[in-house]
Design a protein around this ligand. Structure first.
Ligand SMILES: Cc1cc2nc3c(=O)[nH]c(=O)nc-3n(C[C@H](O)[C@H](O)[C@H](O)COP(=O)(O)O)c2cc1C
Length: 283
């Protein structure tokens, strides 16, 4: 389910150009006389008309202050003031005007948010986070993420995976030191979570665990939290440290916390490079 807001515009081409080229919205749908744009899951339609709708405020929000600052650098000339903290709403924001005089706002919320991203945005924006803010992960939030993980698929629905939250600083430090630089991100977060699986429950416990771990990482990202896959943690010393039975599989131990900064996207190959077409069976 979703929704959208329409505005009438006397200058459809200029307005669509402004919101796509300047603000960075994408065209979602072209209709006769209207263009529907999207920013994350925010849908906005502009329809050519003899009238102009300028009421209300069009607000774009971003995950951090630095992106709001970047938008301010871009829109300095049309901004009505510099970005600042607004204590009443616990946001950091500034206002500007679009070419027809609509008020637009660029902001970041300074408090945790309930998930708002659509599935595609979640999949496309998740990054490995290796540096974290000191702010702790609220217990209730952690349980919401685990609740989402109940829906992770498993072979024959055996649900052979389990999660081990690690808040003990001694254990966390020792896990961070296990593989030097590769495991160091575990020590940079307020907590860590081990994802394990039990071979007695399923022949496919490795796959079950790997999928559950990625499910956890995506759910955490949806709640604004960062994670990082740390490989090769299925080790005796790691299991001893965490009290995990030696025959169980440690899929990964991920750091968990609020990202200190949002990492840029590492280079990805073009889609044609990893989809191999056999014959002409895909049209
Ligand atoms: C199987 C696997 C093993 C990984 N092992 C590590 C690791 O030991 N330490 C680490 O910092 N990152 C590790 N990563 C994270 C990758 O470096 C990261 O996913 C990749 O560079 C792409 O970046 P992104 O996750 O931000 O898109 C691992 C990722 C995967 C999928």
């Amino acid at each position: 389910m979703a929704g959208l807001t329409f505005f009438r515009t006397k200058k459809p081409e200029e307005i669509v150009r402004f919101y796509t080229e300047e603000v960075g919205m994408k065209i979602w749908l072209e209709q006769a006389g209207c263009t529907l744009l999207k920013h994350g899951n925010f849908l906005l339609g502009f329809c050519g008309s003899d009238e102009v709708d300028t009421q209300g405020v069009i607000t774009f929000f971003y995950p951090d202050r630095s992106t709001v600052d970047e938008m301010y650098d871009k829109f300095r000339d049309i901004a009505t003031g510099e970005p600042k903290d607004n204590e009443r709403y616990n946001i950091y924001n500034f206002f500007a005007e679009d070419p027809e005089g609509r008020t637009i706002e660029f902001q970041t919320f300074l408090h945790p948010l309930e998930p708002y991203m659509g599935g595609v945005e979640l999949l496309e924006t998740r990054r490995s986070v290796r540096h974290y803010s000191e702010k702790g992960v609220p217990e209730a939030l952690l349980w919401k993420i685990f609740e989402t993980c109940r829906y992770s698929p498993t072979s024959k629905n055996t649900q052979s995976y389990y999660f081990l939250p690690i808040r003990d600083k001694y254990v966390q430090r020792s896990l961070a030191n296990e593989r030097s630089a590769s495991s160091a991100p575990i020590g940079n977060a307020p907590m860590a979570v081990a994802i394990c699986s039990d071979p007695e429950k399923s022949l496919r416990h490795v796959q079950d665990g790997v999928i559950a771990a990625y499910h956890f990482m995506l759910a955490a990202w949806g709640y604004g939290l960062g994670t990082c896959w740390i490989a090769d943690m299925d080790r005796e010393r790691v299991k001893e440290e965490m009290g995990v039975p030696m025959d169980h599989y440690v899929v990964t131990v991920t750091p968990l916390g609020y990202p200190q900064e949002f990492p840029t996207t590492p280079k990805r190959k073009e889609v044609e490079k990893f989809v191999k077409i056999l014959g002409d069976n895909i049209t």
